[in-house]
Design a protein around this ligand. Sequence first.
Ligand code: FAD
Length: 452
Amino acid sequence: MSHLLIIGASDAGISAALRAREVDPALEVTVLAADEYPNYSICGLPFYVSGEVPDWQDLAHRTTEDLERTGMRLLLRHVARSIDPAARTVVAVDGEGRERRLAYDRLVVATGAESATSDIAGLDLPGVFTLRFMEEGLVLRQHIEAHGPAEVVIVGGGYIGMEMADALTRRGLAVTLIEHGASVLKTVDPDFGGVLGGELERHDVRVITGMDVQAVQAREGRLVVRGDRGFTKADMVLVATGVRPATALARAAGVATGVHGALRVDRHMATNVPHVYAAGDCVETWHRLLERPVYLPLGTTAHKQGRVAGENGAGGEGTYAGTLGTQVVKVFGIVVARTGLRDEEARAGGFDPLTVEWTAWDHKAYYPGARELRLRVTGDRGSGRLLGAQLMGLHGSEVAKRVDVFATALFHGMTVEALNDLDLSYTPPLSSPWDPVQMAAQAWQRAAREAA
Ligand SMILES: Cc1cc2nc3c(=O)[nH]c(=O)nc-3n(C[C@H](O)[C@H](O)[C@H](O)COP(=O)(O)OP(=O)(O)OC[C@H]3O[C@@H](n4cnc5c(N)ncnc54)[C@H](O)[C@@H]3O)c2cc1C
């Protein structure tokens, strides 16, 4: 019987295992999990820390029993230490330090990513945390419950930093967020980032932008966070400065790396090493619009790439369709989303972009509770092709649904004009006969005509 071995039991690894068992129910599938939390939603950790999800076990996408019922074998607390591609074996060490050698016919590397903490000194001090793994989320909440810190500094204004500013405020902590850029959430345009920064401040989060944090120090029972523009004191520090792909194991076995040091894979998620596939946050990702690999670590992508790797690991011929970088985040009452390319990204990608913003009511203004939505559409001046969209609105104004309309249009290479032909749903409490997506498309067309 053929054996598929998978290293890593999070989004990509488990997606690979599930798909492989689906494609070939006779295939023997083994998944190595470094920890005891296979198939948990680490994306849910901010909501566990906040208390909105009271029980960590609710973060499981599936229970261990659910997974084993599909026929896969899970080896928990097994860390893969080396891969021998010539012998097609992997050496793993279990929780008791025992070594075992596992043979494979095909291998999927799904080792994910780890926190990138750059060169900030003092991260090993008690009270300093990163948030990447289930264990880290559990320890963070235990720390808050046991020690009752009053003030926290979050280093990093990306989506995790902001979700955690929201979560820790809900927990009753006074939050300071330090971001080295000029605005938070640099993945959207700066004025959207500015509005988000304002939303944080409205909830009493102190936002410091333009400061590079260099060290955390312990002083008189507290922590001091030092940056290039001063210092601030806290009882607790969370460093959320991004991730880097976890590639050491695969690199040592000869797997080549590409963008951002991530493992290089083709569209079938195959590496350069025979019989070895890779997927998720450890790999570079094909960008559907740019038609080149990028590094864009997201749960959505990890699931899809894992599914392709699992299909091919089971002898299939799956192809990864590519990312558009679609993302959405909720910070207190505001939801911000993006898909595709922003103006400068499109220009750098060889397009001739025009970006137009339009503000619309999320539903008919005469029906109570209408809220303003901001939609920013980027299209190519020459071809009229849709290149990207950014949206911002209040929670409940269907920002995610609308960014997904743009994402679907982008996926199919539609023009901005063609958005008007989409048969989108309408009832006054939820939308308008022309959905805001289409109003924004029409605004883009008018501006493109004027600019021509
Ligand atoms: C707080 C937080 C919030 C997030 N929110 C979102 C969101 O809202 N939307 C979104 O799309 N994405 C989100 N993400 C990102 C998303 O969680 C990741 O992109 C996704 O989990 C990546 O899955 P993965 O399987 O590739 O890697 P990982 O989840 O990193 O898993 C890799 C696993 O491999 C294990 N492993 C590593 N090395 C070995 C080894 N040698 N042997 C055995 N096991 C090993 C690790 O222990 C780990 O469990 C969030 C991430 C975090 C941390």
